[in-house]
Ligand binder design. Sequence first.
Ligand SMILES: [Fe+2]
Length: 243
Amino acid sequence: MRIIQLSDIHLFSDEGELTTIHFNNFNRVVDFIIDNKHALNADFIIVTGDISHDGGLPSYDVFFNLMAKIGLPFYYLPGNHDNSINLCSSGVKHGAVSDTSLVYDEDWVVITIDSIFENEDFGFISNNSLRDLEHAANSAGGKNIALFMHHHLIPVGTPIVDDCMLRNASDVLELCLRLNIKFIGSGHAHTLFQRKIESALVSVCPAICSQWLNGTKEVNVVKNSGFNIVSLDDNIHIETWLI
Ligand SMILES: [Fe+2]
């Protein structure tokens, strides 16, 4: 199973300098994926949140229209900047699917989890969601499990995002290891990061909008767009494209 993971597009609904930059970056990534579709050889796309910066409906129209251009199945989940109601209603309007419960092959099952704590930048996964995760993992029939969420679980060394990572990360990580989840993919940190913890590969996908300068405490970005191809087989292999 080969998955394109896109994250942190941060589209805007009004006009402005960043609106144009973030739109152009996303447009460039969409064109790159279309132009290299055979080489990338992906089965589908998962977008791990912060699709919009302001949560406005026009930004979601932009997102769904460009995703439709790619012509691959795609799934998405919200980030802390998204407005879940607008994202959901826009998804329905565009006939998009956020639910990954039917995404699997002979060896792998894909599960997503909502890490949003309303009106906060940090993430938190509720006990109810953790119970749902446990249920989904136990229903995986012994297949390997890949889990996607918005917030990162391990500090990436950049205070501006580590200050608002997943709050109950150690509980979530402990549960994931107990459930034998093999891959945990997130976004949110606007950087590339990977760490193997016991049998799980924890991976942070770079952002489409721009990356945070490593180690920064203040707004300070590196101007590029990145995405990951997550290749799930007997082994897990991540290809990162920075364009
Ligand atoms: Fe975020």
